[in-house]
Design a protein around this ligand. Sequence first.
Ligand SMILES: [Zn+2]
Length: 418
Amino acid sequence: MEDAPTEPSGARDNATILLDVVKAFEVCSNAATHPGLKPAERVDRLMHAHGSLMAAFGPGHRITFNDLLERLSGELAGDLEGLIPTWLDATDLDGVRLLDPDGVLTAGGFDFRHEAELVRRKASKLSRSPEGVTVQDLDAEYSQESVFRSIKGEFYQRHRTTLINHPVVPAGGLPDLLLPMQANRFYQPIEQYAQHHGWFFPCTACRWPMKVTVTGSGRRARGMARCLYPWHADTGAVYVFTPTTGSEPPTLHPAFECRRPSPRYARLWTGTRPDLPEPQRASDHVALHRAVWRYTTVAGLPELRLHQALEEELTATDCTAALWPFDDAFDHALIGPSREVLFSADFKDYTWTNHLIAKIHRDAGDQGGAKWLIVPDHRSEQVDHLNAAARRYELQAITATDYLTMVAHEVKENRRDG
Ligand SMILES: [Zn+2]
């Protein structure tokens, strides 16, 4: 039993402690899944993670190294139940597993870390965390800010589109993408967790290598490939296969029937399509770092789709659709005949609504001054929550399809009036 729970004096805020917990698990995941580490380096990282957890909770709460080890893989992987002190409000993470049974950060854990970090980093203007070791620092260079900084300039729009449309490229094919040199480092060898005997399987929605899991052994062995972005997996990017020895790729079968969009949502659909992924050789390809894939590629797919649809709506009108205009001040603008901005919108694909709300309060609306906050259609349940926070800043949340409908309607009305 614990002693009576005591909150550490000079307590940092709850959100910061939760973020530290998630980051400690990220270090553990890295220790478990990073292929190049020596055993001593793995232990070193795990001890560092253990130390971070102890520091986060303060002296009144003890976790043994074994407590932590048993939550790194298997049935208890990433389970916080009973690990964190009772005074800590972890409602946000209730029922959330931070790691999957293979020790890989789950989509929920990964997004919690990056989205909370985005709010905190800008809030405190910290460029570097004071504890500065291992994963945290390595990862900062793959943050969304860092990615956008490295493609800034005349060809910004083209480079960002390239990163969205090409999350995987043949090894040696990087020069063909014509990205700035400093952006080539976002492409790395295919992760071990996305390989089956040297083969990988691109998601049919985003083309990034799907996470592979093999369970059972011998004749009972069963393989599964699943996109790490839940919307893609939920709409059909989950496939099963019989494990092979490697010389031939396994044959994938859909785990369930692919979901089809209703007519209303078909135009901006970013879910999975009913094609079978074609196995590819991992050694012949490089893929975007997970953070770049998640916050540039995945977040960018509905942005691009919306932009294309806006352009189609505006043909033969005197309005134009601008993507990432004014030095990327926001994501979309509708420009009128006298170059005036008729609509300005930012696109946000956050998993954790609370982090996005915290960001809205911190920026007192949208950082770039956009009036509309667009969420992907599959996040429609966020709209009311966001509006409750955003209205006071004259910022309004809306789904991508509703935004497209509204803009198309306004432009038609204007034409009639004019
Ligand atoms: Zn995907």
